[in-house]
Design a protein around this ligand. Structure first.
Ligand code: F6P
Length: 367
């Protein structure tokens, strides 16, 4: 039996996506497994996420060539070691109420003869995948987002690479901060969840960590920094998530408007905090927003390994007809969980368990 599988990445790119696709293809095309599985796979990479499935005209060869990449071992041979997504991605929301594209996508999946569709996405795009599943598309989800805010899985692809970048960049900033006797406010991503700041801050030894799950007091931040200075510290690093905010304020936006899923474009809270510190102290402060730098570059060993496990598991799930579910890491084991459950709520930092709300740092618990 021949099974056609479509695979796409949707939403923000991240290291680990290419590794997952590389191993998905390798597992799917493993000849030794054909007799065991009783199926042969044909893997079709869909370019630019949902956009590819909306724009494609399956009746026109040129359009199919434009939006579909036939994936085999040769094509994906080196993908595992590269960041970003070789399939491309986009941020379009096919469920936008005024412009719902579900029908078109379902029709195109049928015309392309897709027996299953693997979607690498975060909460929003796996939400789209779940809707398509309800419309009859045989969906498998793979969790990927540097924010690590999906429920029902202990890991989402890209997170470890991003934490490593944050750590390396803070190492660099330490040198210049110490030389100049300065405070550095470093802003990392993390819209609703503070995992990147918390774990990046823990790894890099940031003096103060500010996360979206706990509104901070500006006065307390300044007080903590003054205490450190008094204790003889030459410099301090304040690591803040883009979604963190001082008590009583709204999150700071980088620019006007919203993305396709109705989210404001966040960014700049680090600059605000830096200015406030300078205003209320005689300390010299600099501000660095890591922005998309923390989503770039090659995947870490962990992201390559997790990509491999997630990619292989996705094919196993197709063989077992485990549709409407997401690959998940749970207490060191690869499992599958219902997409609906994974999407019920975001996985946020449990402040009581992991965060010191007095000194704005981790509680040194194992996360
Ligand atoms: O969803 C992951 C994420 O990295 C968020 O932390 C961040 O707010 C957003 O993507 C940035 O999105 P974009 O790539 O569209 O600028």
């Amino acid at each position: 039996m021949k099974v056609n599988v479509g695979v796409l990445s949707a939403g923000g790119d991240c290291p680990g996506i290419n590794s997952a696709v590389h191993w998905l293809v390798n597992s799917a095309l493993d000849r030794d497994l054909v007799p065991v599985r009783g199926v042969m796979f044909n893997i079709l990479g869909i370019r630019d996420g949902w956009k590819g499935l909306v724009e494609i005209n399956p009746d026109k060869r040129a359009s199919v060539n434009q939006w579909i990449m036939r994936l085999d071992n040769d094509v994906v041979r080196t993908w595992d070691r590269y960041g970003g997504t070789r399939l491309g991605t986009s941020r379009i929301n096919p469920l936008a109420p005024q412009d719902d594209k579900t029908e078109i996508i379902v029709k195109n999946c049928k015309k392309l003869g897709l027996d299953a569709l693997v979607v690498l996405g975060g909460s929003e795009n796996l939400g789209v995948a779940y809707r398509l599943y309800k419309e009859g598309v045989k969906i498998i989800g793979i969790p990927k987002t540097i924010d690590k805010d999906l429920s029902e899985t202990d890991y989402t692809l890209g997170f470890d690479s991003a934490v490593n970048i944050i750590t390396e960049d803070i190492d660099r900033l330490r040198v210049t901060a110490g030389s100049h006797n300065r405070i550095f406010v470093v802003e990392c991503m993390g819209r609703k969840a503070g995992w990147l700041a918390l774990e990046g801050g823990e790894a890099s030894g940031a003096a103060i960590i500010l996360i979206p799950e706990h509104d901070f007091l500006m006065d307390r931040v300044v007080e903590l920094l003054k205490m450190r200075k008094k204790a003889g510290e030459r410099y301090s690093i304040v690591l803040i998530s883009e979604g963190a905010k001082p008590r009583g304020m709204e999150p700071v936006r980088e620019r006007r408007g919203k993305d396709g899923f109705g989210h404001f474009y966040l960014g700049g809270v680090g600059g605000f905090v830096a200015e406030e510190i300078e205003k209320s102290s005689n300390m010299e402060v600099r501000y660095v927003a890591l922005r998309h730098l923390q989503r770039g570059g090659a995947p870490t060993a962990y992201d390559r390994r997790m990509g491999r496990k997630f990619g292989v598991a996705a094919i196993d799930m197709i063989v077992n007809e485990d549709f409407g579910r997401m690959v998940a890491l749970h207490q060191g084991r690869i499992e599958s969980v219902p997409l609906k459950k994974a999407l019920d709520k975001l996985h946020l930092v449990d402040v009581e368990q992991y965060y010191n709300t007095k000194n704005y740092r981790t509680l040194d618990q194992i996360i």
